[in-house]
Design a protein around this ligand. Structure first.
Ligand code: ZN
Length: 285
């Protein structure tokens, strides 16, 4: 038996970064007339998200969707559908800005615009934060604490969560291996990479899930509806969920549920959590 909720051996988060057109706008509206380029993002919002919601309904799972403020304003019906089906909405910038390039004043403004847009569309204040491209600085962490966020999902230093020192923020770590973009994101031109078959992602994610399950960690999968939402890849996602559910002690939860559990049961009492572990990934003993 593991030490996650109800003795689960492994926690699983299915997360979806709903970048939509902002992935291609790259923080400025300079390319807003390039409708060919942007249509890749439009697919993500209008087709990818509904297909993802269909899969989550089929398995009765709750997931976390990180949504830039601009996307909430331009696709309010899609964001409302995500909320209506009981999923969590997290902050993902306003226009998918690279936060580490901004001044402190601009970073604060982007954070506030994103919060306000999500509040208007969802009626709730986001408590989770995933930075566009996972770019994070110590300044961002201080701002997140000021604005009342409960968790960040951006760093790669472990496969277990941790609490950022002198804050209430729990880190829910990510990894490029557990992201669909390295497999599927394609930009034509110099340096372009071939698109990988969905089965390659299934194999890589299945291997990593097996390892994280063995060592009692957090399997935090980052996907983008414009990439994972292609019909063939949606079938792969269904196969992956079936595979994960074939393990006996898995807890699939939202980011906020995992952060709250970690804060209440593990950060608060790590010694109790260690009892009975065959291998302790916190101390490596
Ligand atoms: Zn993004």
């Amino acid at each position: 038996m593991g030490r996650w909720k109800d003795g689960a051996q492994c926690a699983v988060m299915l997360t979806f970064d709903v970048d939509a057109e902002t992935l291609w706008l790259a923080g400025s509206l300079q390319h807003s007339d390039r409708i060919g380029l942007l249509s890749q993002g439009t697919y993500g919002a209008r087709v990818g998200v509904p297909l993802v919601l269909h899969v989550l309904r089929r398995f009765d799972l709750r997931a976390t969707f990180f949504v830039p403020g601009w996307v909430a304003e331009h696709h309010p019906d899609i964001v409302a559908a995500i909320v209506d089906q009981g999923h969590e909405i997290g902050h993902h910038g306003y226009l998918h800005e690279t936060m580490s390039d901004l001044s402190e004043e601009d970073e604060r403004r982007v954070l506030e615009r994103g919060i306000e847009a999500l509040q208007r569309v969802t009626g709730r204040t986001p408590l989770g934060y995933r930075s566009p491209s996972w770019e994070l600085t110590g300044r961002t962490l201080r701002l997140l604490e000021q604005y009342g966020f409960r968790y960040s999902s951006n760093l790669m230093s472990h496969f277990l969560p941790w609490q950022h020192p002198d804050t209430r923020l729990i880190e829910l770590p990510v990894q490029w291996l557990l992201d669909d973009a390295p497999f599927f994101l394609f930009r034509p031109g110099p340096g372009s990479r071939p698109i990988q078959p969905a089965q390659h992602a299934f194999q890589a994610w299945g291997e990593e899930f097996q390892g994280i399950y063995r060592f009692g960690g957090l399997f935090n999968l980052t996907m983008h509806p414009q990439l994972i939402g292609r019909p063939g890849r949606i079938l792969m996602l269904e196969r992956l969920i079936e595979h994960i559910l074939s393990y006996p002690h898995v807890w699939i939860a939202t980011g906020l549920e995992v952060a709250d559990y970690w804060a209440a049961h593990i950060a608060a009492n790590p010694e109790e959590w260690r009892q009975g572990l065959v291998y302790d990934p916190l101390t490596h003993r």
